[in-house]
Design a protein around this ligand. Structure first.
Ligand SMILES: [Zn+2]
Length: 77
């Protein structure tokens, strides 16, 4: 599973390229990973379905920011 090289987070990552709609949301596209390393859920707003689908299939390309500390240092297996 992916891991943040800064804080060690392994569960939640988001995309820098999708701007949030809600002021408090950090990203419009966010993935929750299960313990097995697969995507458990993708939450999105302001992201077209094609992008959500692509992110689901190739998460290492689209999820490029830690959902906890905001670091771009993501380590993929
Ligand atoms: Zn982090």
């Amino acid at each position: 599973m992916p891991k943040c090289g800064s804080c060690g987070n392994e569960g939640i990552f988001d995309s820098k390229s999708v701007n949030p709609v809600r002021p408090l949301a950090r990203s419009g596209l966010q993935a929750l990973f299960s313990n097995g390393g697969t995507i458990a859920n993708v939450e999105y707003c302001n992201a077209p379905w094609e992008l959500v689908n692509a992110a689901w299939n190739q998460p290492e390309i689209h999820f490029d920011r830690c959902g906890q500390c905001g670091s771009s240092s993501i380590l993929w297996p």
